[in-house]
Ligand binder design. Structure first.
Ligand SMILES: Cc1ncc(COP(=O)(O)O)c(C=O)c1O
Length: 355
């Protein structure tokens, strides 16, 4: 079976984790701090706050920006449900925004149009690692705070700088499907001292200076996870460049035959996920099933979040998100995949579509 995704875990990662286990210092400590400094430096941010997942990073970001009941938050309709669920968990209302048919991210125009007097913040997603049009969005939204969901986008670049540099808070995920993994893990990045202080307080039972000042949970990262993340970080350039090479092979083979995600001029994707939108007349789930029978693990690409049971009753019609969610498929891509395996996937896919 050619797997859909596979993290690249080598001896360095195993040694780093074993050393933590031997040390007996397992929860947030020196390694978490080193991992935070390394990511902050990489993305040119003043603060990085490591947490237990990308979802937690989004939840704490909304809390740190004091988003709550009565507020509305703009959120792209095509994604994993985490960003929209995080808004709900904060007690605020999600206003879903459709996505661009080619780039699969919400545009500056769509975000500007969806904004109203109750809008407190906009979540901007670099979906599948494809950079949003950051400069246009910043200009369109003016002083409105942005939470950048860069869960998939470590190693991607806007024309103006790295993904993870757009938001008042930017959020990363280190889930095994992401560019680097810590098992489960996430991070918030910000340049604002007071926001960073609130994030640190919120991840650690609401403690500030040894006092419990608000009621909050435990969202800390472990030393085991940080050791894994630091070892993974050594591979980042290699991982991203190999993903780009593999994606280029797919693009050369499949462009013109089906819908592919396009990247804004001057930006670079890390190809965290390689998605295709199947041509008319094909049932995506049936295609996935047949590909599996041919030894290729393909999967559903993403969700039209407003159509999920967790948003039952939402009447929004967002045709592009719905179209891509219905016909989108993720193809295998991971750094250790061989070029010949891309050819096999392409052959299998053509075979199934021509049956
Ligand atoms: C765009 C986006 N945001 C947030 C998340 C949540 O990250 P995590 O799985 O680390 O909670 C994901 C995960 O797939 C995602 O794709």
């Amino acid at each position: 079976m050619i797997r859909l995704a596979k993290p690249w875990i080598g001896e360095d990662e195993q040694r780093a984790v074993a050393a933590v286990l031997e040390s007996g210092q397992l929860v947030q400590g020196a390694l978490v701090e080193r991992f935070e400094h390394a990511i902050a430096a990489l993305l040119g941010r003043r603060h990085a706050v490591a947490v237990s997942s990308g979802t937690t990073a989004l939840q704490l970001s909304l809390k740190a920006l004091q988003v709550g009941p009565g507020d509305e938050v703009l959120c792209p309709a095509l994604s994993w449900p985490s960003p929209a669920h995080a808004v709900r968990v904060a007690g605020a209302k999600v206003r879903f925004v459709d996505v661009d048919p080619d780039e699969w991210n919400s545009t500056a125009e769509a975000l500007r149009e969806a904004r109203n007097g109750n809008t407190r913040t906009a979540i901007v997603i670099d979906q599948f690692g494809n950079p949003s049009r950051a400069e246009q969005i910043r200009e369109a939204l003016g002083a409105l705070p942005i939470i950048e969901d860069a869960a998939c986008a470590l190693g991607s670049r806007f024309a103006s700088g790295p993904c993870g540099s757009l938001g008042k808070v930017s959020c990363l995920s280190f889930h095994p499907r992401k560019i680097l993994t810590t098992g489960e893990g996430g991070m918030c990045l910000t340049d604002e001292d007071d926001v960073a202080e609130r994030l640190r307080m919120l991840r650690n039972h609401g403690q500030l200076g040894g006092e419990f000042v608000v009621a909050a949970g435990n969202s800390r990262m472990t030393e085991i996870a940080a050791a894994l993340g630091l070892a993974q970080l050594q591979r980042l350039d290699e991982i991203v460049s190999r993903r780009r090479e593999l994606a280029a092979l797919y693009r050369a083979a499949l462009g013109g035959e089906m819908g592919l995600q396009s990247t804004p001029n001057g930006s670079e994707s890390n190809y965290q996920t390689f998605g295709v939108v199947l041509p008319q007349g094909h049932d995506r789930n049936a295609v996935c099933k047949k590909l599996r029978e041919r030894g290729v693990e393909a999967g559903l690409l993403s969700f039209a979040i407003h159509k999920l049971g967790s948003f039952a009753g939402n009447e929004a019609s967002l045709p592009m998100a719905e179209h891509i969610a219905a016909r989108g498929m993720a193809l295998p891509l991971y750094p250790q995949m061989r070029n010949a395996e891309v050819d096999e996937v392409v052959r299998a896919l053509r075979g199934v579509l021509n049956e």
